[in-house]
Design a protein around this ligand. Structure first.
Ligand SMILES: Cc1cc2nc3c(=O)[nH]c(=O)nc-3n(C[C@H](O)[C@H](O)[C@H](O)COP(=O)(O)OP(=O)(O)OC[C@H]3O[C@@H](n4cnc5c(N)ncnc54)[C@H](O)[C@@H]3O)c2cc1C
Length: 493
């Protein structure tokens, strides 16, 4: 599988975010003889961590597991700012020579598999011009949401509002909100990291939510992590901290699911202790659902509660009736006057970066296919899509996927195979949602995701511990079909 033509690559990676950079590293590490390119529609590395520029943008899972295992995170914070993550991704790409393989301003529009030659034809727009290249294996590191269009619900009368309306996905550069009255619509991770930051300059900030979300407060600099880093030497400390954070994340999730009453009590007690005496905790911070039915939000060092206590921020739990020139009129009859409205209303889920997929000229919808080992699609040759966890750091899963693909490529190379695809056959398989979470952006667009089966290797579990064990015991031939160009397929068990 060596490149012979300028426009041909053994591996075409789409996207230069965490997933694409991680894949480039792992694939090259195990297959230094294979050529690869990274196609990136934007002009910079970083994906999510470059696109989102709102004040206070930060990770809401710990950075020691969100960073790559092959490039340790060296800063002290347990949760990192967007700027630092962006810089880390740039540094990683430069250090490992991945940046030289990236073709920027190259948006992949469609891909077509040709069974006669076992190659993908990749149709792109490069600097606005249509171009084509070919590749043997496609790795989609395109993330999970639409980059062009965030989710914008229809708000009656919004066009009459006399102030500015901003969405966090497209935060205007050097947007000045000094002294202004800001209303943030939403109560998800974005609203909750944005609000404490906005209060540093804004006159006043109101979080307008339809219903409360579970919020947990964590220290930005975790004393346990610092103690581990003091006692153990460099690499050992890094691994111990990663495992500590993984265990804490997994345990928090398991306790929330197995003992929801205890979790509800614990979260409420923490909020009550941190909010001012007599604050209506149950109105604004007591969700109707159980912890982790929807994604849990993280605040740092009680920052949101402190801003509420200081009177710099307030929470209003109500429904929007309509907007007028001066602000929002609420269903309860109240109103909030504003100079700026921030619609932290979320993302639009998107499969495969919006790329249209063809196999021998016939369009294939990802949602019609089962997912294999959480990264390949049923009966689609030489293609992987990297999707992270919804209940733990994205990179924990992304790195397992990158290593699995690197291993598959090495296996194919050593056997002279030019194609490989997972095959379920006629066996009936019950379906379940691939992202079993009640978050708005998943509920709105769950139908765009490929299907999860109910047993391995077709089961999407969002369980890092089980996935890591599976990865160690992995049988590469399980439910796979391998073959060479022009030679009938070799089926495996
Ligand atoms: C505000 C926000 C905060 C988050 N915080 C966390 C967190 O704390 N922890 C966590 O685990 N996860 C978090 N996530 C999820 C986050 O997206 C992942 O952490 C991670 O960044 C995903 O990496 P990725 O490379 O798979 O996708 P992305 O970061 O989305 O990168 C995808 C890349 O592919 C490119 N691309 C897409 N389509 C095409 C195309 N057709 N052609 C060419 N290029 C294309 C994009 O331009 C982009 O550069 C957060 C997400 C958001 C939106």
């Amino acid at each position: 599988m060596t490149a012979t033509q300028a426009d041909y690559y053994d591996v075409v990676i789409i996207g230069a975010g965490i997933s694409g950079i991680g894949a480039a590293y792992r694939i090259h590490e195990k297959n230094p003889n294979l050529s690869y390119t990274v196609l990136e529609r934007r002009e910079r590395i970083g994906g999510t961590w470059d696109l989102f520029r709102y004040p206070g943008i930060r990770s809401d899972s710990d950075i020691f597991t969100l960073s790559f295992p092959f490039e340790p995170w060296t800063r002290p914070e347990n949760v990192a700012d967007g700027d630092d993550i962006r810089e880390y991704l740039n540094h990683t790409a430069r250090k490992h020579g991945i940046d030289k393989h990236i073709q920027f301003n190259t948006r992949v529009v469609s891909v077509d598999w040709n069974s006669a030659t076992d190659t993908w034809t990749v149709h792109t727009e490069q600097n606005g011009e249509p171009t084509t290249l070919r590749g043997r294996f496609l790795f989609f590191g395109t993330g999970y949401y639409n980059y062009d269009e965030p989710y914008r619900p229809e708000f009656p009368g919004i066009e009459q509002f006399g102030g500015e309306v901003v969405h966090p996905q497209h935060w205007p550069e050097s947007f000045d909100y000094t002294g202004k009255r800001v209303v943030v619509i939403g109560s998800g991770a974005t609203a909750i990291s944005l609000i404490p930051s906005l209060t540093q300059k804004a006159g006043h900030v109101t979080m307008l939510q339809r219903s409360p979300t579970y919020i947990l407060s964590m220290p930005r600099i975790n004393p346990v992590v610092q103690a581990i880093r003091k006692v153990l030497p460099g690499k050992a400390a890094y691994w111990a901290v990663r495992w500590y954070n993984t265990v804490v994340t997994v345990l928090t999730y398991v306790i929330a699911r197995k003992a929801p009453r205890f979790s509800r009590w614990f979260i409420r007690a923490r909020a009550k202790k941190s909010l001012p005496e007599g604050y209506p905790v149950d109105v604004h911070f007591k969700p109707r659902y159980d912890p982790w039915d929807q994604r849990m939000c993280l605040i740092l060092d009680d920052d949101l509660y402190t801003a509420i206590g200081d009177g710099r921020a307030e929470v209003v739990t109500d429904h929007i009736d309509h907007f007028d020139a001066n602000g929002v009129v609420l269903k309860s009859g109240g109103r909030i006057d504003a100079d700026v409205i921030v619609t932290a209303t979320g993302l639009q889920l998107q499969a495969l970066g919006g790329v249209t997929l063809y196999v021998d000229g016939v369009e294939v919808k990802p949602q019609d296919r089962f997912v294999y080992k959480e990264h390949m699609l049923e009966d689609i040759p030489n293609l992987a899509w990297c999707v992270g966890y919804i209940n733990a750091s994205w990179t924990l899963r992304a790195d397992l996927t990158a290593r699995a693909v690197a291993k598959l490529l090495a296996y194919m190379d050593s056997h002279g195979y030019t194609h490989a695809y997972p095959h379920l056959g006629d066996k009936p398989m019950p379906e379940k949602p691939a992202w079993n979470i009640n978050a708005g952006y998943v509920q709105r667009a769950a139908h765009v995701l490929p299907k999860s089966g109910t047993h391995r290797p077709w089961n999407v579990r969002h369980n890092y511990v089980l996935d890591a064990i599976d990865h160690r015991l992995d049988r590469i031939e399980e439910s796979m079909v391998f073959g060479r160009v022009g030679v009938p397929a070799a089926k495996t068990a």
